[in-house]
Design a protein around this ligand. Structure first.
Ligand SMILES: *Cc1c(COP(=O)(O)O)cnc(C)c1O
Length: 366
């Protein structure tokens, strides 16, 4: 049996005709940037998240970056970020000229260790970025208590957690502002690059929209040194189609993850914990396994694709070589990066494929 790590065809095949129809509508409209499809999707996505405003942007990295810029965060400021994340979270901080301050991961959630945030705060700290990594929601209410004590903004990097829930509220409505990515492989993906910011703060939303349109509220009148970062009409129209499927897809992801958790019983692996079912939308199913190369080769032999999220911790990346001496401060991140293996988990995965993956993992002898 051949099971690729990700197969977008199983996601797109059932809605292909509708996607083509929406593409044709945009083509016939001959209007490709800042039109009705984007406005419609922004309204739908804000409503889905439970947030008042949504601004479509070019991609997830830009979404984080323009939130920081709109808050006036830059040179001389510090922003707290998890050490265990995709590098885009950290790049966004560097991009505005601020200093990313890394905090190690929690051994249980793999997300930022909330108990270690306070000791990382200085008088330069302006914001905390929480990342709902792998689709598992961060306890933002606990982070909010710390942030309020020091007057900090809480920004969600929700690129991996569309639809995840924390105490009855969806991501995108948990902090002061949230960044989403619609990269094709995400839980809600466009057929190209795309992103969005959600917030309940009207002034912030307006400023972000201006920043993303060359820094202008009206044509040829420029208030900010902005950029060009927008969600185009084709992607927005396709995202509206896919948004209707998101809840069903997330339910499917959760039910596959539950099967993995219940049926994989091999002591060689540490499985992700699920104690709040809504709080996790399993963008990724991360196994921890020592000698991961051996497991990856074994699964490849069986026809099962894998991935690693992420093989090199940020302080060990060439781009952040100034941080390398700090690596000792992030032992949990180091362990996750050394041992993580992601196995196939996506809507449309067939029961026999799920069973095959479970059997292969249970048969693994190390
Ligand atoms: C994908 C991702 C991003 C970046 O999104 P792009 O749309 O690829 O720019 C940011 N943060 C996290 C956690 C991601 O997984």
């Amino acid at each position: 049996m051949k099971i690729p790590y990700l197969n977008l065809a199983t996601i797109h095949d059932p809605i292909k005709e509708e996607l083509k129809e929406k593409f044709n509508q945009v083509l016939d409209s001959e209007w490709f940037i800042q039109g009705t499809a984007c406005t419609k999707f922004e309204e739908e996505f804000a409503a889905y998240c439970g947030a008042k405003y949504c601004v479509g942007v070019g991609n997830g990295l830009d979404a984080i970056r323009v939130i920081l810029q709109a808050y006036g965060i830059g040179e001389g400021d510090e922003v707290i970020v998890p050490a265990n994340t995709f590098i885009a979270t950290v790049l966004a901080v560097s991009y505005v000229g601020a200093t990313p301050v890394l905090v190690d991961a929690d051994e249980k959630t793999y997300n930022i260790d909330i108990s270690k945030i306070e000791e990382a705060i200085t008088d330069k700290t302006k914001a905390i970025i929480v990342v709902h990594l792998y689709g598992r929601v961060v306890d933002v209410n606990a982070v909010r208590k710390i942030a309020d004590k020091y007057g900090l903004k809480v920004i969600e990097d929700s690129a991996q957690a569309h639809g995840a829930v924390c105490e009855g509220k969806r991501t995108g409505n948990l902090g002061d502002a949230a960044a989403f990515s619609f990269y094709p492989g995400k839980n809600l993906g466009a057929l190209g690059d795309g992103g969005a910011v959600t917030t309940n703060d009207k002034a912030l939303a307006d400023n972000i929209r201006a920043i993303c349109t060359y820094g202008s509220f009206e044509k040829y009148n420029h208030q900010f040194k902005g950029c060009n970062s927008r969600l185009d009409e084709v992607q927005a129209a396709l995202l509206s189609v896919k948004l209707k499927c998101l809840e069903g897809w997330n339910e499917e992801r959760k039910s596959i993850a539950e099967q993995f958790n219940q049926k994989i019983n091999n002591d060689l692996f540490v499985l992700p914990q699920i104690d709040d079912r809504d709080g996790h939308v399993f963008h990724i199913y991360p196994l921890l396994c020592q000698d991961r190369q051996k497991l990856i080769a074994y699964l490849e032999e069986k026809g099962i694709g894998t991935n690693v999220h992420y093989p090199i911790p940020i302080p060990k990346q060439g781009a952040y070589k100034e941080m390398v001496q700090d690596m000792v401060k992030y032992p949990i991140t180091e362990k996750i990066c050394a041992n993580e293996v992601s196995i196939p988990l996506y809507p449309g995965l067939q029961q026999e494929q799920i069973d095959y993956i479970i059997d292969a993992l249970n048969d693994y002898k190390g």
